[in-house]
Design a protein around this ligand. Structure first.
Ligand code: SF4
Length: 462
């Protein structure tokens, strides 16, 4: 009875157009599925043909065009796995051609494991073209965990009562640096929060930092990286004169709204200018992104584009690790693969620059996959027994001695890589400093100023 009633209803004049509409939608959906399936197989066939000969590839590309356009309109998931586009993008990158923002976004959207492996392989090929099988090693000393800032993602933010605070004295730091140098690192990375003691009004804090740099240079003869945050230009010059080679200052993101959320009360432009000033006076600069902290893939693509205009000498990305006692402690950590994907894309875009594989996110266990994504520096090597902390992982692997050269070398070996000599690292630094100097000299006098360069970096399409 009920069926008869419904059948009668479906033939009611009001329902006839409705039925036709539903039928058309269903029909359209089915057709799209068939086309998608055909396209998928068709794409795979072309993908395999690519290895058979360039001529075949070209002819098939000719037919591929209209299909691709059609699919762009109908299926984003297919676009994500377009093998033709992947191959041409990777080939372009390997040849050293510029990748567009759309290419970057395409690579960041890869989801298929086989395709991601192709990206990683391309990143390793680019690394070996520029650096052979050599890897640089950075010793890490977190000198002070006090900070005047209140970054939402950071365990050491000023308002976190759970944060473990210490301020190491100069002799202790020099002793740790000497141990690291003896173990075979190529650089001493002095990391610190924006310690209020550094910014005291009489300038004694900066004097202590400069004295520390001189002492470490004397004791180890190694290059030094410092990250004291945003500091006056004359202090940057004094750091360089004392023997620092690098200034690290991460923006975390180049999406201003997100920057303001992550680094409340801090000035995006001031931080960017600080890096440019440092570059201008001869310090090499490191720029870094945080991923999984609320950004979109588009934001990452935009951030990478800004990093290219910034012309940083070392670029990095680190997965966000939720920190107890912070506003982001309950945030779900991002997919661990995300960091590797971004890192591999960075390798394609910054072929001759340094890209770290940090022990500070997943410890020693995460090193191999970072190297396989194209990184060429191992960072956060921390001596045990000194009571030193890591940044994102304060204790992981440190006192167990798993963040040491001995442990790292074993991983390098399994990846077919070797540690560089100190001379090789020094030669890279010198050549990079020369390149930066030449670039600045070749700029028209009027555009050498920091303000103009900032304007240039920020004036590009966002
Ligand atoms: S990220 Fe750096 S500046 Fe921000 S709170 Fe932590 S130590 Fe301070």
């Amino acid at each position: 009875m009920k069926i008869t009633h419904n059948a009668a209803l479906s033939f009611h004049p009001i329902f006839i157009p409705l039925n036709q509409l539903l039928g058309a939608i269903l029909d359209f959906g089915l057709r799209m599925c068939c086309i998608a399936l055909l396209y998928h197989n068709y794409g795979n066939i072309i993908y395999k043909y690519r290895y058979l000969g360039a001529g075949t590839q070209c002819r098939l590309q000719f037919f591929h065009g209209p299909w691709f356009l059609f699919n762009q309109m109908t299926s984003t998931s297919i676009m994500k796995t377009d093998p033709i586009r992947l191959n041409s993008t990777l080939a372009k990158a390997k040849e050293g051609s510029v990748l567009s923002k759309s290419d970057i976004t395409f690579l960041l959207n890869l989801e298929d494991n086989e395709q991601i492996d192709l990206l990683f392989q391309a990143a390793c090929d680019v690394r070996s073209k520029h650096f052979g099988d050599t890897i640089f090693l950075y010793g890490f000393i977190y000198t002070s965990t006090y900070c005047r800032n209140d970054c939402h993602f950071c365990f050491f933010r000023s308002s976190n009562p759970q944060s473990r605070r210490y301020r190491k004295a100069t002799p202790e730091i020099v002793a740790a640096a000497r141990r690291l140098a003896d173990s075979g690192v190529h650089l001493i990375d002095l990391t610190m929060g924006e310690d209020p003691a550094l910014f005291d009004s009489d300038g004694a804090g900066f004097d202590r930092l400069i004295d520390l740099i001189e002492s470490i240079r004397k004791a180890t003869g190694l290059p030094i990286m410092v990250s004291p945050g945003v500091i006056p230009e004359n202090i940057l010059s004094r750091l360089a004169e004392a023997g620092a080679s690098w200034y690290a200052c991460y923006q975390e993101t180049h999406q201003r709204k997100l920057f303001n959320q992550l680094r409340p009360g801090q000035d995006y432009d001031l931080r960017l200018k600080s890096k440019l000033k440092a570059h201008g006076i001869g310090l090499l600069i490191e720029e870094g992104l945080l991923c999984g902290a609320g950004e979109t893939k588009g934001d990452i693509a935009e951030s990478i584009a800004v990093m290219q205009r910034l012309d940083a000498d070392q670029v990095r990305v680190m997965n966000f690790v939720p920190q107890p006692g912070t506003p982001m402690e309950n945030r779900t950590p991002s997919d661990p693969q995300k960091e590797m994907l971004i890192s591999a894309v960075m390798r394609l875009l910054f072929p001759d620059r340094l890209i770290p594989a940090s022990l500070d996110v997943d410890g020693l266990a995460g090193l191999k996959q970072r190297l396989e994504a194209g990184a060429n520096v191992v960072t956060s090597i921390v001596p045990s027994g000194e009571g030193l902390a890591g940044v994102a992982q304060h204790t992981l692997d440190i006192e167990e001695g798993r963040r040491t050269i001995t442990s790292v070398l074993k991983v390098l070996e399994t990846c077919g890589l070797r540690t560089a000599t100190v001379e090789e690292y020094l030669a890279w630094i010198r050549s990079r400093q020369e390149a930066v100097k030449k670039l600045l000299m070749n700029l028209p006098a009027a555009s050498r100023g920091v303000s103009l360069k900032v304007k240039f970096i920020l004036s590009q399409p966002r």
